[in-house]
Design a protein around this ligand. Sequence first.
Ligand SMILES: [Zn+2]
Ligand SMILES: [Zn+2]
Length: 718
Amino acid sequence: MKRTVYLWNLMIRDSTNSGLFTRTLDLYSCMLRTGLHGNDFTFPLVLKACSNTNSLSDATKVHSHTFLLGFQAHVFVQTALLDMYSKCHHLPSSRKVFDEMPVRTVVSWNSIISAYCRSFLFHEATLLLREMRLLGLDLSSITFLSFLSTHPILLRQGLSIHCCVFKLGLLNTYDHIPLANAVMSMYIRYGQVHEARAILDSMHEISVVSWSTIIGGYVDTGNVDKAFSMFNIMRTISTINSDFVVFINLIKGCAKQGSLMAASLLHSLIFKCGCENKDPLDNLLLGMYAKCGDLISARKVFDMALVKTVFLWTSIIGGYTHMGYPAEALLLFKKLLKTAIKPNGATLATILSACADLGSLDMGKEIEEYILSNGFQSDRQVQTSLIHMFSKCGSIDKAISVFERISDKDLAAWSSMINGYAIHGMAEEALGLFHKMLEIKEIKPDAVVFTSILLACSHVGLVEDGLTFFKSMQKDFGIVPSVEHYMCLVDLLGRAGQFELALKTIRVMPVKLQAQVWAPFLSACTKHCNLELGELAARKLLYMNPGSHGNYVLMANLYTSMGKWKEAAVTRSLMIDRGLVKAPGWSQVEINGSVHVFIAGDRSHTQSIDIYKKLEEINLKLAEAGYVPETDTVIHDLEREEKEEALKVHSERLAIAFGLISTEAGSTLRIMKNHRTCVDCHSALKFISKITGRHLIVRDGSRFHHFESGTCTCKDFW
Ligand SMILES: [Zn+2]
Ligand SMILES: [Zn+2]
C-alpha cells in the first residue's frame, strides 16, 4: 500500500519529536523516492532535523525543494528556514531568507534577532529591535530572552533591555517569570544583587529558578547570611520545594563561610528533602565539610556515597592533604588505584602535593611513573605539581628536568621552579630564571612569584636586590604586598642586621598584618644578640598572640643565647603555666619507600642498638676531625657534659645514623625535619658530610640545606 503524505508526516513528526533527527532525514528521502513531496507540515520538521544534525548540505537541498514547490510566501516554512540557517551558523543565508520574506510575523522577527544574538552581533540585533518597534509590532518576552540568555552581553545593554521590558510591561504578564529570571541573572553577573532583588520583590509569582538565582547571587557576592535569610523567606512564603540548584548554592555558601554549624544544619535539611546521594551534591557536601575543617564528616559523606566518582575521590584526598594529613591521603590514593576508576589530572596534582608535604621522594617517583605510563605527562597542572613535589622532596635535579621537559611553560610552571630554587637556597638560579621569565611577553609575574623571589633573596642575604624587587613589584606590576612579602622582607633585613630598616618596614605595614612579622624579627635579634630590640619584638608578639607557644620559644632562645638563664627559665615556665606545649621535634628519613621517624633521644626503633652504635662511631670521628659542640642554645639547667650528650641524640642525628647503616656508601641521604636545625647539629652535619663522603640534604621548617664535603649551601645563613 502506498503511504500518503499525511502518514509520512506523522512518522516524520514522531522521529523529530523523539530527537531521532537522522531518521527524520532518512524518512524524508524515502518519501521523495516514492514520488511524493513535502508540504507546509513536513518542512519545518525536516528543517529542524537539519539544524540539529548541523547538516548544511541536506539543508540547502530541502531549501531548493521548498523553492521549487513555491513556499516562498509561506511564513512558517520561511521562518523555519531562517532558524535552520542560523543554527547551522550560516547567518548571511538567514538574513537573505528574512529579507526576501514577503510576509513576516513576530516569530520571524524574533528568529532573526536570535540569529544575530547567537553570533554575538548585538548592534545588528538592536537595530532590528528598533525597527520592530517602529513598525508597531508587539515585542514579546521571547524577543528579549534571546538577548539576555547570551552571555557576553554588556551591563549597558542589559540596563537598556531592562528599561525596555519594564516600559512594555513585560515583567507583569502571565508568562513573565523566564524573562524576569533572565534580567535578574544579568544583574547578578555584574555583581548587582540589590537590583536583582528589587525585581524578585516586584514579581507576583516566583519560581524555584528565581529563588535559586537570587540565593546564588548572594553567595557569589560573598553575602552568605543574606543567602540563608532568602532561603528562609522562600521556605516560609512559598510552597515550592527546595531543589537541587538551591542546595548547591547554599553548600557553596557554607564552604565559603567555613561555618560548621550552618553546614551541618544544611546537610540535615538536604537529607530530609531526599536529595542525598546525588553525585554533584555529595561532592559539594564533602568539599564543604573539608573547608569547614571537619574531616570526619567529610569522610562520612565519602563512605556513604553510593557512587564514588573520580571527583569525589579527588575531593576526599584533597581534604586530607590540605588539612595536613598527607599519609592518609596517600593511603586513599592507593585504594583508588585498586578500583576501576582512573585518577585524573586534578587527582594526581593533589596526591603529588601530599607527597611533597610528606617528603616522600620514593612515593613521588612511583606517581611520576604512573603519570608517564598513563599519558598525563603533558597535563599542565600535573607538570607544575611534579616540579613542586621533586623540589620539596629534596631532589632539585629531578625538578629541573621536569621543568625543562615542558614545551609551553605557563606562569605556574615558572613560579614552581623559581620557588624550588628559592627553598634550596639557590638564589642565583632563582633570580636568573625570573629574569628569563620576564622576557616572555605573555607572562606577567604575580604575587606568588614575588614571594619566592623575596624568599630567595632572604635565604642568601641579598638585601639590595630584595629591596629593589619589593619596590618594583608594587610600582611596575601593581601588586599590593601581602603578609608573606612583608615577612620575607623583614626576615631579609633582620638577618642582615639592618634593624632600623626592618623596623621602618614594620611600621608602614597595615596593623593587622604586623603580628606575624615580629617573629622573624625576633629570630634575627637572637642571631645578632640584640637584646633590646629582641625584647621589644617579644613583648609585641606576646601581646598580639599570647596563645602561641612558638613565640615563647623564640623569646626563651633569645635569653638563652645571651646567657640570661633566669629570664629564659621564667619564659619557659610562663609557657607551661599557660598550658602551651611545644610540638615535639622530629626528623624522618625514607629508606626503600618506607618512612622512619625519630624524635630526640628516640630508642623505639627496631634497629635502635645499631643506630646508637653508628652514632658513637661518628662521634669519635667528629672529635678527631676537630668538631667542638656549641652548647649555648641548649636548655640552660644541664651541666656542660649533659648538654653535649643531649645534642648528640637530636632527631636528625638519629635519622642520619639510621640512613648511613641502611644505604649504600656514597648515596645521598634526604632528611625532613619539622623544626629548624640547631646551630650545633648544623655544624655537626657539615663534619659528618665530610667524614662519610655523603651528600646530606636536610629540609627544615623553612628551607633546604645541602651538606657536602664539610660545607652547607646555606653558608651558615638560616
Ligand atoms: Zn640539634
Ligand atoms: Zn645549612
